[in-house]
Ligand binder design. Structure first.
Ligand code: TYC
Length: 103
């Protein structure tokens, strides 16, 4: 359906995507060797609404696998989360980084 060439169909697809299927983006946290585990848990609670147990599980997943999902959002929200995480890390002199990935 996404690859239908008829311009009428394409218009419908664009409207469907905009209205009730907005493209979604995954905010990934990246592991590093220096950011304290407690700080990553704090970030997940503060910016992603996780409780202590959820935040700890995500943090450990990132720590073990190198990257992991903090949340899935519309582009605007995902971009804001990435900026908040990266700025909060910088402000606290930690190298913590997050990135976006299209769903
Ligand atoms: N690897 C870090 C440590 O051992 C913890 C950590 C977890 C850092 C997740 C970043 O996104 C991260 N202190």
């Amino acid at each position: 359906m996404e690859h239908d060439d008829s311009s009428e169909r394409q218009g419908v697809v664009e409207i469907e995507n905009r209205v009730d299927h907005p493209k979604m983006y995954r905010v990934m946290l990246l592991n590093d060797d220096f950011t304290p585990m407690d700080f990553v848990v704090l970030v997940l609670r503060r910016f992603f609404g996780k409780n202590e147990d959820e935040a700890t599980a995500v943090m450990l997943d990132v720590h073990k696998k190198g990257a992991g999902t903090a949340g899935v959002f519309t582009l605007e929200m995902a971009e804001m989360k990435v900026m908040q995480v990266n700025q909060f890390g910088r402000m606290n002199q930690h190298p913590l980084k997050s990135v976006l990935e299209p769903e």
